[in-house]
Design a protein around this ligand. Sequence first.
Ligand SMILES: [Ca+2]
Length: 205
Amino acid sequence: MLAVTRPLLTTVALVGLFTSGAGAALAAPAQEPGPSGPGTLVSRFDNGSFEYPVARANSFTTYQAGQFIGPWEVTAGAVDLVDDGLWQPAEGDQSLDLNASDAGAVSQTFTTTPGEAYTVTYALAGNTAGGPALKTGQVRVDGQNVQDFSFDITGRTPTAMGYIKRQVTFVATAPTTTLTFASTVGSAYGPVVDDVQVTSCSCPC
Ligand SMILES: [Ca+2]
């Protein structure tokens, strides 16, 4: 049993270093560590609404590959964390443009139970400041594409973003799973994601 759990805890500790403990959606099996907080191990899916760190007021903050947005790591290109003074988020005060100057991606690794099904829901829109009109991207689980997504910004504005809800389900194959949102459009104006939630059917559903 110890031989199984030690690698998991190592991974969890790395994730925890970049997590400040703000509340968010959960994907926590019952046996996982308790409530998160500074200095504690955090393995639950967190910051799905991209509410921290705080972006530049009435503007955005760019994060490059290798940098972290709470528990999310920028894993390709660069992305923009956007304040609600620039455009309407789906939830809270901030949202994420998956393109800074070109296609970017963010990934988060969290604890899962092998064999258990998890449902990912998210809000999708697009940066209305520039083309192409059709913003495209992928949801990936452990690097595998599990859902292509697209959003057409035609007729949308910063105050009427027109977010749509998308959903995809996966079955975990390991004690941790890495969830990625990746843009597949080359532009400085990418797909916008917000309000990502991960739930498992061991929770009430
Ligand atoms: Ca948000």
